[in-house]
Ligand binder design. Structure first.
Ligand code: C5P
Length: 401
């Protein structure tokens, strides 16, 4: 979260049930070393109290434009100037309509009108309200004006319906804010990322798999998108949420992943192989469930194609980055792997340690390229992904591929 360090974030909270999630967002923003000032609308204060946000942000929380106490502490114009970015989360349909028309009928709307800081909205509303022509037109106008839209996500809603209109989760909003402060150093660059495990079917109910969660690959795809790249994510089975504005293609087996990558690889400039691809697959897939009629059962395995090696071997291929998950002699094995596969860069992580690697939320990487290398010390996977993508961007530009 280096990009957010020291930034001044003005968080506007408006009157939707998702307002309770904004309390967690403030906590996470503070953890990322940002300064947060929260402004509530009157309706928001029906859902969550100013005191909650005061305790979390460390600052008084004004709700009223005509509060002499709040104005003498930091007036609305000073708040508007103070902000490096304004995020309204949740942003109700009503607030979106007021902003579209430039109303200044409460403190939050007045600050938005008086500020030149980037404005981002995290809409949260019933799906019919989201689809309503009035909301559609308002969103269209705001986008045209350069207002950033974070979400909304689709799914079950507090009103019992299902569809678009859910506010993004606090972690996702934080990532979107990181993107807002990231220079678009990969603008115009096409990136393809593989992520997650491949599953190799034995019969209709059983498969060979591995413990990859997909978290690292998804974080890399999100970081590349945030740096301005157009990203295609080829994902094995994973429960990770699809990163915003990333095209995601779901596959199951290594052969399927290989086929999908090879079909599209000619359109990409950078290929990042973060998937944990099975080295072997059953030679035969039984059409019926295998019965336990035998005391011993032999499973014949055959080698899977090596996707990364095949992409590296292409004439005029993209800049290739591989991952190496190692349990021992990490540096030695990773360097040998980079050379053997012909990759431009390899990111090695030690697996098998609690908390980091395959299933954990944190990771540490040793990165190698021809003639050099660096270490990215233990950090959250999104932060490690951001640092890795920055390195990839530098080396991609140097090699001029
Ligand atoms: O050979 P190994 O599996 O250790 O190599 C790891 C790297 O190669 C990762 O980047 C992984 O995504 C990629 N890989 C691949 N296809 C395979 C095996 C690994 O793309 N069949």
């Amino acid at each position: 979260m280096e990009r957010l360090k020291g930034k001044h974030i003005l968080l506007g909270v408006t009157g939707g049930i998702a307002a309770y999630k904004s309390a967690e967002l403030v906590r996470q923003l503070r953890q990322a070393d940002t300064e947060v000032r929260v402004v509530l609308t009157r309706a928001a204060a029906q859902f969550v109290t100013p005191l909650t946000f005061q305790a979390l942000s460390g600052y008084p929380v004004p709700t009223d434009l005509f509060d002499p106490g709040a104005e003498s502490a930091m007036g609305h114009i000073e708040l508007a100037r103070w902000a490096d970015a304004i995020l309204i989360a949740p942003a109700t349909a009503h607030t979106i309509a007021r902003l579209t028309h430039g109303l200044a009928d409460d403190l939050l709307a007045t600050i938005c009108l008086a500020s030149s800081a980037p404005l981002a909205l995290a809409p949260a509303m019933n799906q019919q309200m989201w689809f309503n022509q009035a909301t559609r037109a308002n969103i269209h106008q705001l986008k045209e004006r350069g207002v950033h839209l974070f979400g909304p996500a689709e799914g079950d809603q507090a009103c019992g319906e299902n569809g678009p209109g859910r506010m993004l989760e606090p972690e996702q909003l934080l990532q979107q804010l990181v993107a807002l402060f990231t220079p678009p150093f990969l603008a115009g660059v096409q990136v393809m990322v593989t992520a997650g495990p491949t599953l190799e079917d034995i019969d209709p109910v059983r498969y060979l798999g591995n413990r990859s969660s997909g978290k690292m690959g998804y974080a890399v795809a999100a970081a590349a998108q945030q740096a301005g790249a157009e990203v295609v994510l080829i994902s094995g089975v994973s429960s990770q949420p699809r990163p915003e504005r990333v095209k995601c293609i779901n596959v199951r087996s290594a052969v399927e992943m290989h086929e999908t990558v090879m079909q599209r690889v000619h359109q990409c400039d950078i290929f990042i192989a973060a998937a944990a691809v099975a080295d072997y697959r059953p030679q035969q897939q039984s059409k019926q469930k295998i019965k336990k009629d035998y005391s011993h059962l032999k499973l014949e395995l055959v080698r899977n194609p090596d996707i990364l090696a095949d992409v590296c071997a292409l004439a005029d291929g993209p800049f290739c980055v591989g991952f190496a998950a190692e349990t021992e002699r990490v540096v030695e094995h990773a360097q040998a792997k980079r050379v053997a596969k012909g990759a431009d860069m390899i990111a090695a992580n030690r697996v098998g340690l609690p908390g980091s690697g395959f299933e954990g939320d944190e990771n540490a990487l040793e990165i190698f390229w021809p003639g050099g290398g660096t270490t990215l010390p233990l950090n959250s996977k999104p932060e490690i992904a951001r640092q890795l993508v920055e390195l990839i961007g530098q080396h991609y530009k140097q090699t001029g591929k």
